[in-house]
Design a protein around this ligand. Structure first.
Ligand code: FMN
Length: 169
């Protein structure tokens, strides 16, 4: 799939079939993540890959908007290692770029995905750190739920000329 096609086709998918994602495809998603740009090329990301349904249950207890995990095949928790970032706060931008690469790569492979927000909600961050055993310096940005789509979402066109400010505001 061409890049622009994947960008236009990507939608949040919250219903999944029981089909499992092959490890090779999962690695493709993680390779895409690690090709994202980072400030000073710090690559301070860490990815926790979860397939254990018990862990999904625990996450659903601390995240109120993650019921689709009950159907997901796996989840990638995108984290930033604050000991390795260029300067305080850069992990958020860097891991956001990695996340979008995962979402687009998943779309191009026909895999459904949805970004479940964690940062900056401290309760969710602390809850995930406890469940996953994250070190103090490793902060979770989000959970990406993954699986083969059991729903079809139409493309939407959000291009809005009013959001564009030529030269100055
Ligand atoms: C920072 C962030 C947090 C989000 N958190 C959730 C969430 O907790 N649960 C959920 O179902 N979707 C979540 N989403 C997905 C958005 O609801 C979705 O991207 C938005 O409605 C646009 O729809 P689309 O992704 O299909 O284009 C989140 C997206 C972002 C970028």
């Amino acid at each position: 799939m061409k890049t622009m096609e994947a960008i236009l086709k990507r939608r949040s998918i919250r219903q999944f079939t029981r089909q499992s994602i092959a490890q090779e495809d999962l690695n493709t998603l993680l390779r895409a993540a690690m090709m994202a740009p980072t400030a000073r090329n710090c690559q301070e990301w860490e990815f926790v890959v979860v397939r254990d349904k018990n862990t999904f249950q625990k996450i659903m207890h601390i995240h109120p908007y993650a019921p689709m995990l009950a159907q997901a095949d796996c989840a990638i928790i995108v984290c930033g290692n604050t000991q390795r970032e260029h300067a305080p706060g850069y992990w958020i931008a860097d891991c956001g770029a990695a996340t979008q690469n995962i979402l687009l790569a998943a779309t191009s492979l026909g895999i459904g995905s949805v970004w479940l927000g964690v940062y900056p909600n401290e309760e969710r961050m602390d809850g995930l750190a406890r469940i996953l055993g994250l070190p103090e310096s490793v902060k979770p940005l989000n959970i990406i739920a993954l699986g083969y789509p059991a729903e079809h979402k139409e493309e939407v066109d959000r291009f809005d000329p009013a959001k564009i400010h030529p030269e100055k505001w």
